[in-house]
Design a protein around this ligand. Structure first.
Ligand code: SAH
Length: 253
């Protein structure tokens, strides 16, 4: 039993979207505490400055700063990243399929006078509606929760403008990630609720790169994120064995 809950099982989606109703229910369940920096979303709060800096650096190097970009944040949750990108001047649309979570995102942004809006729509559906509409498409900590991550990446690629960026983060399927992200974070340190992650849904960078090639985006950068338990902080590193950021770019018009 415990082995099964540690390893997870690949569930099939009964939803018309490429989404898993069990996963969506899990996120709806923690919606109210999303913005509590010490609650179950603590790792997302702690990670945010780092991934925001990564997005700013990558896009600035490519010539169009985040502050001048139209951004789509897929699986935006309560809006931690979406809001922070809007705060530096980007025009941001956040999408998610967990209604309670989106409601929290909307409420939190209320009155902040930020260029951020939210919609309950799947990436695949939005890609049919607005193909190529975004300079930057971000998707953080979501791909390891969907039934068909290759299809999600294809939708992210379709949503990016020609020469646009797709920036994702996820967990690697390694023994180290199993020990750190599941045994460590869920069972020992208990910074994440048990059952947050399923090992079998973790994604190897090589798989992600292959799905990207099929979808017409090229992997330009892979950066590891490591956690220092002494300082309790995350840092970018060359070690992608647990958590990592991946930058893809669309080439063709
Ligand atoms: N990207 C945010 C939240 C990560 S938690 C951040 O890093 O701060 C994962 C989020 O993905 C949850 O809000 C969940 O509701 C959402 N999600 C899961 N499956 C999804 C799907 N198929 N489409 C859109 N959102 C999804």
């Amino acid at each position: 039993m415990i082995f099964k809950s540690l390893m997870g099982k690949v569930t099939m989606s009964a939803s018309p979207h490429n989404s898993d109703p069990v996963e969506i229910a899990k996120f709806n369940g923690i919606a109210q505490s999303w913005w509590d920096p010490h609650g179950p979303s603590k790792p997302l709060h702690d990670l945010n400055p780092l991934r925001l800096a990564y997005i700013e650096r990558i896009t600035a190097e490519a010539g169009k700063p985040l502050s001048a970009s139209r951004v789509l944040d897929v699986g935006c949750g309560g809006g931690i990243l979406a809001e922070s990108m809007a705060r530096v001047g980007a025009s941001v649309l956040g999408i998610d399929l967990a209604p309670a979570v989106l409601e929290v995102a909307e409420l939190h942004a209320l009155g902040a006078k930020l260029a951020v809006s939210y919609r309950a729509i799947g990436a695949e559906e939005l890609a049919r509606e607005q193909p190529g509409a975004f300079d930057i498409v971000t998707c953080m900590e979501m791909l390891e929760h969907v039934p068909d991550p290759a299809a999600s990446l294809a939708a992210l690629a379709a949503l990016a403008a020609p020469r646009g960026h797709v920036i994702v983060s996820t967990l690697n399927r390694t023994a180290r990630a199993f020990l750190v992200a599941i045994v460590g974070a869920e069972y020992l340190a208990r910074v994440l609720p048990r059952g947050t992650h399923e090992y079998l849904k973790f994604i190897r960078p090589s798989e992600l790169a292959k799905w990207g090639r099929t979808a017409g985006v090229e992997l330009k950068d892979l950066t590891g994120i490591t956690y220092n338990p002494l300082t309790r902080s995350f840092a970018c590193s060359s070690d992608p064995s647990v958590n990592y950021l991946a930058h893809f770019r669309r080439s063709e018009p």
